[in-house]
Write a protein that binds this ligand. Sequence first.
Ligand SMILES: NC(=O)c1ccc[n+]([C@@H]2O[C@H](COP(=O)([O-])OP(=O)(O)OC[C@H]3O[C@@H](n4cnc5c(N)ncnc54)[C@H](O)[C@@H]3O)[C@@H](O)[C@H]2O)c1
Ligand SMILES: O=C(O)[C@H](O)COP(=O)(O)O
Length: 394
Amino acid sequence: MHQIKTFNAIAPEGMQRLEKEKYDINENDHPEGIILRSKKLQTSEIADSVLAIARAGTGVNNIPVESCTERGIVVFNTPGANANAVKELVLMSLLMSVRPVVSGINWVQQLTGSDISEQAEAHKKQFAGHELEGKKLGVIGLGSIGAMVANDAYRLGMEVMGYDPYVSVDTAWSISRRVQRAQDISEIFTTCDFITVHVPLQEKTHHLIGKKEIAMMKNSAHLLNFARAEIVDHSAVLEAINEDELAGFTTDFADENLLHHDRITVLPHLGASTAEAETNSAKMAVRTMKQFIETGIIKRSVNFPAVEMAFHSPYRITVINRNVPNMLGQISAIIADSEINIDNMINRGREDYAYTLVDIDESDEDKIANVVEKLRETEDIIRVRVIKKEEVPY
Ligand SMILES: NC(=O)c1ccc[n+]([C@@H]2O[C@H](COP(=O)([O-])OP(=O)(O)OC[C@H]3O[C@@H](n4cnc5c(N)ncnc54)[C@H](O)[C@@H]3O)[C@@H](O)[C@H]2O)c1
Ligand SMILES: O=C(O)[C@H](O)COP(=O)(O)O
């Protein structure tokens, strides 16, 4: 039986793809795979038995990715699976930032008497707002979410400018040619009425928007953060809003310092909280994990290369090693010295690490165990695994 541990509620539509005959869920503390959402995973919670961690979601800043890579643990995420949910919430927040609908809804609820309709008509002017049409939106980070936000904001009649120096070719093709490209991030800060950020939290994006960047913004600008709290310096935002140097801030990340401020809207990290996004993310995370456990195939990993090969032989050996010269030569030599025939082989490197799949025309398990032992003793090899071909092919 394969052992899987979960943290957070992972949608059942995904979990039910792990067949009861093959997978135990949360049965012990020595899992092969961990599936989680935003739970901050401590290194100590990752047992040596763990081969892979799948994030049912996008941001992997809650996982110690670097130490996982060093230990040969493959980390996956589910790119794009929750992007539509976040996009819809960003569009809703943009609309809510110009129309005081929540105040209006709450106000109407406390009216009494038989002339509510008249009272509403008489006082509605206090809830008048503005329109998004014709205003300029800046989108920082044109990935799965940013690209959707940019395209749909354009369809709402906004002028849209995007900034992403690392935009992928696929995403670039999906972005409307009417979305202007900023050459420098300062163009977004200085010219936009609304600025929304959709970049991953990394060392270089920590406080990407701080005092200096806010100072460049129009005093009438509204900033939105649905990416990660640490990307925006909250104390700088608070100071700017209190000094009337920034009009408003919407964030998906709760911070006690931002509460009870009429120009700051705080949501409890709801971006991906729709049934559809939770189902999509869970299904994708489970599919990726299952495929890795059962075949060694890597797809959608954030720390190891994508490696795929049809599995036709009786056994497959998988090797994770440091990306140094002559590793393939050594792996093949060890297998050949044991008089095992290699049916098929694939190797891919990614930065300092590489991954190899070797399909062997051999069923003698003692012979295979001997090869595995020798591979494990080889310098720069971090993990070796043997997978027996199951009936269900991928
Ligand atoms: N609020 C939520 O519930 C929620 C849901 C999903 C994702 N997120 C957050 O949003 C982030 C983005 O999600 P996504 O699905 O669009 O990811 P993505 O990987 O598809 O896109 C991220 C984009 O940011 C760009 N980028 C990276 N560094 C940049 C920089 N310094 N300046 C400009 N662009 C930069 C990348 O090139 C990429 O195109 C995630 O990493 C996650 O932290 C939040
Ligand atoms: O990075 C993500 O995918 C989001 O922040 C969603 O987080 P959640 O799965 O905890 O809702």
